[in-house]
Every structure is written in structure tokens, then in C-alpha cells.
Design a protein around this ligand. Structure first.
Ligand code: ADP
Ligand code: MG
Length: 227
């Protein structure tokens, strides 16, 4: 069983988003600051010290994850729109993500032998694909295979990212793109939302097919730019 979902209605405006993201980073920093202040107390037991340090580390990890999902490639709003060679950009992205894939025992096969051009922000495109591929890798905790495929179908550039991971239920698929929706202990729930925003900005569409226990395929469709 698979299901197709195409929706953008859950997206927030850019300014709402920026405000809420900055809160997501600032909040753990404030928490960490509080615990460091507590650590100044010379009468703390070893147990207490350990606890405060662990809380601080967790909060910092949270801030870092938020930055990874949202800000790795700088501010999308400042990204200038240009012609993107998808073959070249996918090679670049595969290179960046490969170390992360290897750590997780995931083999990435990237089939992108055609020069297909679209128009969009380069950094926004990178952020979008990295978030998408990262989710796929994270859905395969015991390793597995990921297939990335670039094609031209009916005058659309089509990028499919297929994983052999845990898949999603229909309910989970309905939630994709909703800010802060996550099923992961250390998740941000920002990855897919950022991705849906970027695709929308590039006049693209997203199709999701998933089956629990078998895997997920995301397909991104973009209008082709003539060169
Ligand atoms: P995060 O990765 O921090 O949880 P995302 O917005 O990137 O946040 O993803 C939201 C949720 O969507 C994930 O927690 C997961 O439940 C689900 N998800 C996204 N991509 C996949 C995938 N390829 N396979 C299984 N579940 C996925
Ligand atoms: Mg993610």
C-alpha cells in the first residue's frame, strides 16, 4: 500500500518561521546557560554535576540539530535565483552526505547522467536535498540502500530519493511538512518543513510513497529551464 500526498497548506510564512526557529535555537542555549550557572556551586555532588552536564549537552545537541536542518546553507531568503545544473548539484550533494551515509552503513547509488536544468536558489536546493536524504538515511538504523535518480519526465525534472527504511503509516505521511512534527528522540521536526518550503519556492511538487517496513520514495518535480 502506498499513498500520494501533495500539500503545502501547513507552511508558515517566512517571517513566522524565522521567529520560531530562532526561538528553537535560543531556548536550549538559555537552558544550557542555566545549568552552567548551577555548576558554579562548589557544594554539588558528583551526581548532580553529571546530571547538569548531561542536560546541557542535550540542549546543545538540540540547538545544533536545528541549525543543521535549517541553516546549514545560510538564509534561503538571501539566496539568489539562478540556473541549476541538477547533475552537478546532485554530485555535490552526494559528496557532502557520503560520510554521514557511511557512518550509518548506507550505500548511496546516485543515477544522474543527464544534464537537466532548473531555476532556483542553490543553497535552498542543497538544504532541501540534504534534509531529504538525511531523513532517508535515518530511516535505516541498521543500514541499507538508498537510490537517488534524476530524470526528465514530461518536461519536468524529476528527482526520486528511495530508501529501504522503516517507512511511514498514512497518519505519519499526513504530518509531513508540519513544523516540529518528529518521531525521533533527537529530532527537530524541521527537515521536511524546510524541504516543502524550498520546493514550493522553486514551483515544484512533492510526491511521497511509503510502506511501513519496506521504505519510502520521495519524488520532487520541477519545471525544466531551457539552456
Ligand atoms: P526530524 O528528521 O528531525 O524528525 P523531519 O521534518 O526531517 O524532522 O522529519 C519529520 C518526520 O517525518 C520524521 O521524524 C519521520 O517520522 C518522518 N520521515 C521523514 N522522512 C522519512 C523517511 N524517509 N522514512 C521514514 N520516515 C520519514
Ligand atoms: Mg530530518
Amino acid at each position: 500500500l502506498s499513498k500520494v500526498i501533495r500539500k503545502f497548506e501547513k507552511l508558515k510564512t517566512v517571517s513566522e518561521l524565522a521567529a520560531s526557529i530562532s526561538h528553537e535555537v535560543r531556548n536550549p542555549l538559555t537552558v544550557t546557560r542555566g545549568f552552567i550557572q548551577l555548576l558554579r556551586d562548589p557544594n554539588l555532588t558528583e551526581e548532580e554535576k553529571k546530571l547538569y552536564i548531561n542536560f546541557s549537552m542535550e540542549a546543545l545537541d538540540k540547538a545544533e540539530a536545528t541549525i543543521t536542518d535549517y541553516l546549514t546553507f545560510a538564509k534561503p531568503s538571501l539566496d539568489h535565483v539562478e540556473r541549476l545544473d541538477l547533475k552537478k548539484e546532485l554530485d555535490y550533494i552526494a559528496n557532502i552526505i557520503n560520510p554521514f551515509a557511511e557512518i550509518n552503513n548506507v550505500m548511496i547509488e546516485c543515477q544522474n547522467d543527464m544534464n537537466i536544468y532548473i531555476t532556483g536558489g542553490k543553497q535552498q536546493f542543497h538544504q532541501c536535498l540534504i534534509n531529504l536524504i538525511k531523513n532517508g538515511i535515518e530511516s535505516m538504523p541498521d543500514g541499507g540502500k538508498m537510490h537517488i535518480h534524476l530524470q526528465k519526465i514530461n518536461e519536468k525534472a524529476v528527482i526520486t530519493v528511495t530508501d529501504t527504511g522503516m517507512g511511514m503509516t498514512d497518519e505519519q505521511m499526513e504530518q509531513l511538512g508540519t513544523p516540529y512534527y518528529t518521531t525521533k528522540v533527537k529530532g527537530t521536526g524541521l527537515g521536511t518543513m524546510v524541504m516543502y518550503n524550498s520546493v514550493k519556492a522553486m514551483q515544484g511538487e512533492i510526491k511521497v510513497e511509503s510502506e511501513v517496513g519496506r521504505g519510502t520514495r520521495f519524488s520532487l518535480f520541477f519545471p525544466v529551464t531551457e539552456h
